[in-house]
Design a protein around this ligand. Structure first.
Ligand code: AKB
Length: 321
């Protein structure tokens, strides 16, 4: 392995993936990138470049000139922002993914990791224990572009032999990056409010159950799949993974076991209509069989860890609360 390029390094997953890659492979082997410069010196020990994945020339020359061998393509516009700005979602998620795959083939890249999402499912998909191969007819622009990314990944694998791998992530809970553009972000937001001693108005209904997982398991899964034996992989970026499912009321109860005074009210908005088109639970069996997916955190272990870490981060001083 030579040099790893990470796109979307300032996003929810990218922020935590980059330090993990640096720890694993060393600072000289990782180049972080995002469309904007970092706010502070978060990635001070490694090379950071400003790169827009929708810029074909920029993506192609970055991969070629820096002899990139591996790409973690984490740049993406999530579901809620995608509904507010469908054109941006199309450009980043579809055009950007095409640019990354096309440039990777031309530059002789060995492996490309691309996350997919439960957003590929829609109203015609079964709601419970959804298998990998099922109906993928999403209602959101995010879903449309991610189905497109799944098809592109398989096309580039079959046509050019490019090693492309990825998982369909459920909602991911994490504390390092404040919530922003997704439908499942309410979960992160709830913890931020609870630790700040505030009540929370939830934009999903209390019984809107969705598949979820904690960030350490999301990262561990990605790294397991990255180093898995390619011969054993039956799918490209379509592996379903999820650690558990919960609805807002269940999460609020889990938080109240640690912070009993925490209160939640419900005022569903357009994100409730998105959640209603997604499954309540996923079948992760194929990921377990093919590359050993095995999440460690349940909802209570995640809740204790989230609250402990958010308290340490002095969440009361975070803007926007
Ligand atoms: C979102 O809510 O848009 C994302 C996702 C499930 O892909 N977290």
């Amino acid at each position: 392995m030579g040099t790893i390029l990470v796109t979307g390094s300032l996003g929810q997953i990218g922020t935590e993936l980059v330090p993990l890659l640096v720890k694993k492979f060393g600072p000289s082997r990782v180049i972080a990138s995002d469309v904007k410069p970092p706010d502070s010196d978060v990635f001070h020990d490694i090379e950071y470049i400003t790169m827009d994945v929708t810029d074909r020339e920029m993506v192609a020359s970055t991969m070629k000139d820096r002899s990139i061998t591996d790409v973690f393509h984490m740049a993406g516009i999530l579901s809620a922002l995608g509904e507010r700005n469908p054109e941006l979602a199309f450009m980043v998620n579809s055009v950007g993914t095409f640019n990354v795959l096309n440039s990777a083939v031309k530059a002789g890249v060995n492996r490309v990791m691309i996350p997919s999402t439960i957003g590929v499912f829609g109203k015609d998909t079964p709601r419970d224990n959804v298998p990998v191969v099922t109906v993928t007819r999403p209602a959101t622009m995010y879903g449309v572009t991610k189905v497109n990314a799944e098809l592109l990944a398989s096309y580039f694998r079959n046509k050019f032999g490019l090693d492309v791998r990825g998982v369909r992530y459920p909602g991911i809970v994490s504390y390092k990056t404040p919530p922003s553009a997704g439908t499942t972000d309410y979960a992160v937001d709830m913890y931020y409010h609870a630790v700040a001693g505030k009540s929370y108005e939830c934009y999903l209904k209390e019984d809107a159950a969705l598949p979820m997982m904690y960030m350490p398991d999301a990262l561990d899964s990605l790294m397991k799949l990255y180093s898995a034996d390619g011969e054993k992989l039956r799918y490209t970026i379509e592996y379903n993974i999820s650690a558990f499912s919960f609805d807002p009321a269940t999460l609020a109860s889990a938080i109240r076991r640690v912070i009993p005074e925490f209160r939640v009210t419900y005022r569903p908005d357009y994100r409730q209509s998105i959640a209603e088109t997604w499954p309540r639970s996923l079948d992760s069996t194929d990921a377990k069989i093919d590359w050993g997916f095995s999440p460690a955190y349940d909802i209570d272990a995640m809740t204790e860890d989230m609250i402990e870490n958010l308290k340490e981060m002095h969440v009361r001083n975070q803007p926007g609360l």
